[in-house]
Design a protein around this ligand. Structure first.
Ligand SMILES: [Cu+2]
Length: 92
């Protein structure tokens, strides 16, 4: 019982710490694979901009730079890229 409480407390603390670390904006860099023509980069950028919480997205070459609020998870961005027909890996 006591151990369980301790574990719960640890979980709450971890949440608080990560929430603090993520407060405000963060920048996510992704490497996008599968882009083959001039229309691909704008398509990837638009897909990223549609993600709720994304403030700006830039795609240059195969590198995407996305500024998001703290609610956005890396996986949301990867899934958006995949939804547009490409694949992505988080660089940072
Ligand atoms: Cu294309």
């Amino acid at each position: 019982m006591q151990k369980q409480r301790l574990v719960t407390l640890g979980g709450v603390l971890a949440l608080v710490v990560s929430a603090t670390a993520w407060a405000g904006e963060r920048t996510v860099n992704l490497k996008v694979d599968g882009m083959s023509c001039a229309m691909c980069a704008p398509a990837a950028r638009k897909a990223l901009e549609k993600v709720n919480g994304v403030k700006s997205a830039k795609v240059e070459g195969d590198q995407a730079t996305v500024v998001t609020d703290e609610k956005v998870q890396d996986i949301d961005l990867v899934k958006a890229i995949e939804g547009a027909g490409f694949s992505a890996t988080v660089v940072n």
